[in-house]
Write a protein that binds this ligand. Structure first.
Ligand code: GRF
Length: 204
């Protein structure tokens, strides 16, 4: 099977990037990370990726359109087929999303549609839920609203704070993201409305 060319967009430490890259190098996901881009020059993910021999670039611009045009040009140059957001802290505009139809994924640290946006783990603690988790979803133009590819549940312990919960959710994220990407690459699927349907058969 040919390996899909994946571009990563990340703003921070990059542990999800590493989990994806590791699973690819182990042969668990038929893909390779061909470029890692960030909207922050000082994002630790850039150093992590460079250390692994992956080309990196910081694309910093106040104007979103201008920034996205540069991102798109860089991704095109690297021959990227799939874009994985991994802690990318900027909402993508219509031109960017439209350039990769059904090929942009994000991971979010809650069971969407609960707690979209920033500090999802804090929102979960403050709301008092017993179960939270993480979601891999396609990216559309909303904030964490696209069709759901997969979810993993994480129980909230009575003595959890946002940090301890975030740590356990992160472990689940590192399993879920590669699993979802693998599934999309090896299984037939299609999106109808909000739903991702798996398999090539008729939907019941
Ligand atoms: C993760 O919790 C992810 O769900 C969210 O941002 C965080 C990124 O962490 N979108 P890392 O940079 O992958 O370690």
């Amino acid at each position: 099977m040919s390996r899909a060319r994946v571009g990563i967009l990340a703003s921070g430490r990059g542990s999800n990037f590493e989990a994806l890259d590791r699973a690819m190098r182990r042969g668990e996901v038929p893909a390779e990370v061909v470029v890692v881009l960030s909207n922050r020059k000082d994002a630790p993910v850039l150093e992590r990726a460079a250390g692994l021999g992956i080309p990196t670039q910081a694309v910093v611009a106040d104007d979103r359109l201008e920034q996205e045009q540069t991102l798109l040009a860089t991704l095109a140059q690297a021959g990227v087929e799939w874009v994985c957001l991994a802690g990318y802290m900027r909402v993508l505009g219509p031109a960017f999303v439209g350039a990769f139809p059904e090929r942009i994924l994000n991971i979010h640290p809650s069971l969407l549609p609960a707690f979209p946006g920033l500090a999802a783990q804090r929102q979960a603690i403050e709301h008092g839920v017993a179960i939270s988790g993480c979601t891999v979803h396609f990216v559309d133009q909303g904030l964490d609203t696209g069709p759901i590819v997969g979810q993993a549940a994480v129980a909230v312990a009575p003595d959890d704070d946002e940090h301890s919960l975030a740590e356990r959710i992160l472990e689940a994220e590192h399993q879920l993201y590669p699993r979802c990407l693998r599934r999309l690459l090896v299984e037939p699927w299609r999106i109808e409305g909000r739903r991702v349907h798996w398999g090539s058969g008729v939907v019941a």
